[in-house]
Each structure stands twice: as C-alpha cells, then as structure tokens.
Design a protein around this ligand. Structure first.
Ligand code: ADP
Ligand code: ASP
Ligand code: MG
Length: 471
C-alpha cells in the first residue's frame, strides 16, 4: 500500500443517478484498495440549476413554483437512495435526505417572505446540492463495507467573503484539512467531501463560482500534498474543441498547466478556470478522465511539455458583452478615461476578460460576462458621471450579440503565419472579426466575433489548423 494520496473529483453527470454513483464508487474502490484516496463530489447533474431557480422563484413570490421545485428536489434524491441502498439502510438515508432538503426549504421560504435573495443566504442554500450527493455516496460506500464519511467542505476550505465567487485562503485551509481530513485518512476512512462550497474564516458559508467543484478538488489536493488529482467527467479528456460543437474534436493526451488554464479561462467548460492555480507550486499532476469510459487514459495536465506543438485547441464562449468607451472631445485624455474605467471595474469586482484600445480615437473596448453587466454599468456610470454630463464622452456602447473564441497552444510562440491562417479560415466563411487580442505569453490568440458566427468560426479554425482527428 502506497502512502501517496490520490484526490479524485466526480462531476455532476458522474454523480447524476444511482447507476452513475455506483460506478463512481467502483472507480474509487479500485484505487482505495492500493493507496489513500479522498474524493470530492459535485451535486447530481442539474441540481444546482434547480436550487438557484427555486431561490429566484422565492424572491419573485412564486410560491407554487417554489413548492414544485422543492418536491422535485426531494423526490430525485429519495428515489436515488432507494435505487442505491439496501432496504435496511433506506429509512435512515431518507431521514438524512429530508433533513438536508429541510435546511434548503427553510432558507428558500425565508426568501419568499422577505422577497429578497441575499448572496450570503444563496451560498448557504445551494451548498445543499453537494451535501446531498456526498451523503448518498458515503452511505453507499458504507453499505458496501467501505468505511466512508461525508464531509461538508465548509469545515475544510477557508475563503474570503466574496459570496458566489470566493477565493480560498490556503494556509487556513491547510490547517482545517489537517484537523478534519487527516484523521479520517489515517484511519482509512474515505472522506467524501462536498465540492463547490466553503466558508469564511468566521464560518459563514461561501461558494467558489459555477463549476467550482474542480477548484475545490485542486485546493484539497494542494493542501494535502496529494500525489495526483483525477478529475472524472463525461468526455474523454481535454479536447481540441468542445465536442458538442466540433464533430471531429480529438482528445489531447497531454497539455501544460498554462494551456489548460488558458482553455478554461476562455470557455472550455471541462475545467473550472481557477483549478490549476493551487497546484502549480507543488507541480501536482492532474488527469482529466471519463467516468463513462474509464479505460480511456484521458488527458494528463503537467507543468511543462518539452516540445511546443503549435495551436492545439480552440474554445468558445457565449453570454458575454462588449463595452466600448470613446471620448467625444480632444479636451479629455483617453488614457485618463481608461484609467478611471478600469479603476471602477476593479472596485466592482467584475472580471475583465479582454481589453483593446486604439491610439488615434483614444477609444477602447473590453469584454465582460453578461451576468456582470449591470454591476459594471453601475460602477462605470458613477465613476464617469462628470465626463458624460459634460459631453466629453460618447454614450457607452454595449453589444451583447458577440461571442469569444480563443486558439491556444504552447507552440504558438514559434509559429509564424498562424494569425494569417486563423483570418483566412474566417474570411473564407465571410466572418467579420470584431476584436482580436494576443496575450503577452503568446499562448493564446483571442478573437471576438458576432454571436451568430461563433460556431462556424470555431469549426473553420479547427479545420484550417488541422486540430481534429485525422480519420
Ligand atoms: P462536470 O459536470 O464533470 O464538471 P462539465 O459539464 O462541467 O462536467 O464539463 C464537461 C463538458 O465540457 C463536456 O461535456 C464538454 O461538452 C464541455 N467542453 C467544452 N470544451 C471542451 C473541451 N475543449 N474539451 C472537453 N470538453 C469540453
Ligand atoms: N454544482 C456546482 C455547479 O453546478 C459545482 C460543480 O458542479 O462543479 O456549478
Ligand atoms: Mg464542471
């Protein structure tokens, strides 16, 4: 038996039904027989969406919709417990599930009364999805004779107080993990940790952003000095494009941390964008694997690959907005406007995904998520109020009909003519480029196009750069 800890994370589809949970348990048990294992789980597929929708209904005083969602939530988990567990364990499991759904119900009904949805309470409420799935999987292990314990990550991962998108505090997390997880591992009890959720230093519940269970797993792997992290999902690994969009997308056997992070930040949903950061210092290798095809090796994510391989993948992202700001008069310095705008965005906490400027008109534009647009506008209007009132600035333009794609690959640094190929591919399809940007790392070329052109642009670049399977 090796001492080397393996951390494994199972995503929503890998936890989506009793059958899937049994497979996750089998994959875990195989490893647990030879080395210590800790697992992190997502909520069952679509459950986080259901929880968020329920809270929106509560705020909107839709009590009928709220009750229907609560019934669906409870029924799905009770049914899963019945399919998963032997008869003599079902009563206790059903009581456990009802206790958790009752916690959610209490918060949701509170929001209905107050007609408010405070971010702090949202985080506390939506953690129930992962607490339910972790509970079910731990019960299943125990029923199979493998000692396991569901662990609420609020007792393990410490974060700042940015509800909905919290950032971990690693030193405090390391201390908590030593107290909560080490004793379980030492006793060979398998910890089944909830993904996605955490808590502030003073114990208020937080979450790590949508898709955040990948990030939970990497945080836990880092603070426990794990030997490896395996992320189980529903595709064969990190691919040259989203396989739902590009039919001949191929699995990349190896990618670097930097490539994986660029892909994730630019829309490849297969990894949460912040997953790689906690692992970089300790260089813990990560595998992305398919729980529906466990024999396929998957993608290994490593610190460096010796030879750069040119453009390797193309991502796409929707749900974004382009904001353009242009001075109306020469009396105002474009640089000063830009500085004020960026300062306002920084205070708002809105993430800037791309920015470009033009030297002659001193105009500039940037890309943000549509979900953050209202907040960004509020801060920009406030900070640029004087310039707007004096007519020094043209009205701020917002374009929501855009999409982002990014071509990523370590070897792009030394590949002359690559931008030309990307443009050729798009011009052949009559696709207009709205904005183009290349980061200083030269790992990524990002292009903004009209939303209607996004899919075709991705497909034609994938084809032109020969990224796909050759068969
Ligand atoms: P999980 O629930 O396991 O976390 P996600 O749905 O978050 O899984 O991520 C997996 C999905 O990411 C895949 O089903 C796939 O459609 C999508 N995806 C987007 N881009 C890529 C890519 N480049 N490689 C692999 N999958 C991708
Ligand atoms: N359940 C959370 C979500 O759907 C976190 C995750 O699945 O990674 O966003
Ligand atoms: Mg995910």
């Amino acid at each position: 038996m090796s001492n080397e800890l393996l951390v494994m994370k199972f995503g929503g589809t890998s936890m989506g039904s009793a059958d899937r949970i049994k497979i996750a348990a089998k994959l875990t048990a195989e490893q647990h027989a030879t080395r210590p294992v800790a697992i992190i789980v997502s909520a069952m597929s679509k459950v986080t969406d259901l929880l968020l929708d329920t809270l929106k209904k509560a705020e909107a005083s839709d009590s009928e919709g709220l009750e229907a969602n609560l019934a669906a939530l409870t029924a799905r988990h009770l049914e899963c417990a019945k399919d998963l567990l032997p008869a003599d364990r079902q009563d206790a499991a059903c009581r456990g599930i009802e206790a958790l759904t009752a916690e959610f119900t209490r918060i949701a009904r509170g929001m209905l009364l107050l007609r408010e949805r405070p971010p702090k309470s949202v985080d506390e409420a939506i953690a129930i999805g992962e607490r339910l799935s972790a509970f079910l999987l731990a019960e299943y292990f125990n029923s199979e004779g493998i000692a396991a314990q569901a662990v609420n990550a609020a007792t393990v991962i410490a974060t700042d107080a940015v509800f909905g998108n919290a950032t971990p505090i690693l030193d405090a997390t390391r201390e908590r993990a030593a107290k909560v997880l080490r004793p379980l591992l030492d006793k060979r009890v398998l910890p089944v940790v909830t993904g996605f959720n955490a808590s502030t230093l003073d114990g208020r519940p937080t979450t790590l952003g949508r898709g955040g269970s990948d990030f939970s797993a990497s945080i836990i792997a880092a603070v426990l000095d794990a030997a490896e992290l395996w992320i189980w999902t529903d595709v064969d690994g990190i691919m040259s494009a989203d396989p739902r969009l590009v039919k001949n997308a191929r699995v990349l056997p190896e990618v670097t941390y930097a490539e994986a992070a660029e892909l994730a930040y630019n829309g490849a949903k297969v990894l949460h964008p912040r997953t790689l950061a906690p692992l970089a210092e300790r260089k813990i290798p990560v595998w992305s694997k398919n729980s529906f095809a466990p024999h396929v090796p998957g993608t290994r994510i490593v610190p460096v690959i010796e030879t750069g391989l040119g453009p390797r993948a193309v991502t796409s992202m929707t749900g974004i907005a382009m904001v353009s700001i242009e001075p109306a008069s020469a009396e105002i310095s474009g640089t000063k406007v830009m500085a004020e705008a960026i300062e306002a965005l920084s205070r708002s906490g809105v993430e800037l995904m791309l920015i470009t400027s033009s030297s002659y008109t001193q105009s500039f534009c940037f890309l943000i998520r549509q979900s953050e647009l209202d907040r960004a506008q509020e801060f920009l209007q406030q900070s640029l109020a004087l310039e707007i009132a004096h007519g020094y600035l043209k009205p701020i333009l917002i374009d929501k009909e855009v999409g982002l794609l990014a071509v990523v690959g370590e070897g792009m640094r030394g590949t002359p003519g690559l931008a030309g190929r990307i443009f050729t591919a798009m011009s052949r399809q009559n696709i207009n480029i709205v904005v183009i940007a290349q980061g200083s790392s030269e790992l990524t070329i990002a292009v903004v196009v009209h939303r209607k052109d996004l899919e075709l642009a991705v497909q034609s670049i994938h084809e032109e750069c020969g990224m796909g399977r050759k068969d």
